[in-house]
Design a binder for this molecule. Sequence first.
Ligand code: ZN
Ligand code: ZN
Ligand code: FE
Length: 761
Amino acid sequence: MERRLIEVQGIVQGVGFRPFTKTLADRIGVTGYCMNMGTYVRIEAQGQKDKLDQLTQALKDEAPPLSYVASVAWRPMLTFESESGFAIRESAAAPDTGVLQMPPDAGICADCARELFDVQNRRYLHPLIACTNCGPRFTIIEGAPYDRQRTVMRAFPLCERCREEYENPSDRRFHAQPVCCLKCGPALFLLGKNGQRIASDDPIKYTRSILAKGGIAAVKGLGGYHLVCDALDDRAVQMLRERKGREAKPLAVMAPGLDTARKFCEISAEEEKLLTSPRRPIMLLKKKKGTNISNEIAYENPYLGLMLPSTGIQMLLHRYPDGGKEFPLLVMTSGNLSEEPICITEECAVEKLGSIADAILAHDRRIITRTDDSVARILSGKICVIRRARGITPLPVALPFDTGKAPDIFAAGAQTKNTWCLVRKAVAFIGPHIGDLDDLDALESYTNGVERFCRQTGVFPTAAAHDMHPDYLSTMFVQRFASRIAVQHHHAHMAAVMAENGLTGSSIGVIFDGMGLGSDGTLWGGEFLSGGYTGFERMGHINAITMYGGDRAAKEPWLSAAFWLRSIPGKAAEALAERIEGEEREKVEQLQLSGIGKYETSSFGRLFEAVSAMLGIRRENRYEGEAAMALEWAAGEAEGQPYDIILENNKDGFILDMRSAVSKIAEDIISGKPKAEISARFHETAAEAVLLGCLETRKRTRLSKAVLGGGVFQNARLLQAAGKKLASNGFDVFTASAVPSNDGGISLGQAAVAAARLSGS
Ligand code: ZN
Ligand code: ZN
Ligand code: FE
């Protein structure tokens, strides 16, 4: 017999941790009690040693879906109690342990989904149904500590029956802050284009009738509004694209359940698991052949961005007992104009979405924190988060080192796909995806978000980390901090992947990216680094190309192609440049002569786009990353050998000269070789570049841990090919998973670098 004091740290309050602990203790057969102490859960448990071991382990392994267990610590107690069972005790105050208490939002759980369609249940068709395991969390929290009084739910006093459930430890709604019912909770209502109330005793039925007629509705979700239409109605989809000004970017869709989703997509066991998890992200799934999905949804794209419903409202839009049809697939695209922040208020919905939607389906539960849908995929059995937001934020990442005396740190993130990050005592909280910080609306959303997060958590950082680029809005924002640390963009990419994988010490960093400002003033993006959190050395890179016209090439890959080809001697390159430039040839020459917007870049992302344009696959990016993605799709099932890469050593490091490869690609294009074959060979070449750079870096540093980061590694084909080559050459390979490989992960990397430097480790 033994009695133990166990402390569980993490996000363990308001997520059903105490009832879970009691169920566990009863099952295993130990006595004692559990209670909330300050921000952690305190447990005293008494029983046989092996049973107590079992309990301690299960607290971690079987923790409830919305919890995040940072640590389970225990020590033996000297006393024994005579007690008959395991109890849940009242909460007590305790000093702050530094772990922030904010669970992420969770998609509707199976129990609530069952109740929603159970005629006997008192929550039958309750659109805002929720419980301890599901519903809004992060998006409705106003302040710390997390309890109902500091969420928007304080505006809705619990009715008697809801209160009973809320206060009963054995009820599945025990202490679930968003709990309510049709009687006491927020209510749905409808708004018209001009913000006028639309009288209807059944807003869901009304909205469904709009969708059935081929119309568009704006619908309030957990973290913001969506624009919705019937995905199988081509005209509705076209109209949505026109009204929203979204020319080509793929639209996300929602299926009511797994069975329906399977009619449209291939879904593996791993994909199913994430798709149905409380995170409920949009997942990139392989489209099935021969389905009736319009090309309008995702042009020439072998993947479909699909999610399952997160809320009762979304489930009811698909299926509702109003005699109307069941929608097997709805478009669920973010409720915003082009790249602006998504609307979270009714005012915004009327102002920005009124011209797009035929009606706005709203309710009076406010959204505090704007949180887009998360986007993820499975690659080689591993989760790759592409956009980290609803359902995932603000889950923390534990930094793999002691931050010692480092103060609380704010990391500002990058310019595109911005997220920010807050570090307190080796725990990093990444805020929700903000998007591109290129206008004042986005900056305002960013500033408000940061200030709110500080209020929500009660953490007010005194030090800031930021990108080296002086013109990023995120860099300007941190000027308000007295203590600032500039972190090189690709070093941040590397540190993010290292931190997520728990790496310490030194590694090789292969960062293939768009562009980021390098320490030498040129724009990097095809880099081989070595080092750890506190510092790095640039070991090598791909050859830099001189480009002109500033930012233009980001939207116009044909310009990148032109400048790449102009840097290469030979007839084929010349002929291809002429073909690509066409009528703009003179303009390109003028650009080059005038030197306007001149820069040097070793960006691998630009090379991908250039090759896409050379092959005539995409001359322009209608949305970010389009040309490179289309190049990947074009390879299809084709395979091929890499083109030649020339490795040169110089006094500063090595250069992987890709010009001979590009020259050969030009020859293959001119001689009419199939696009699929050239694309496959180019991907193989990029993977070979990764290997060559790592081999050379290992020769110089003896390091064998290879960290792959940067936006280019979202390319599945490249990631898999490079991973294979490295593994078979004895490298340990680390890639991004829960934190995006793209600039969405930059803030974590900045935070890790700053924390390491400030802690002196
Ligand atoms: Zn639930
Ligand atoms: Zn109620
Ligand atoms: Fe980047």
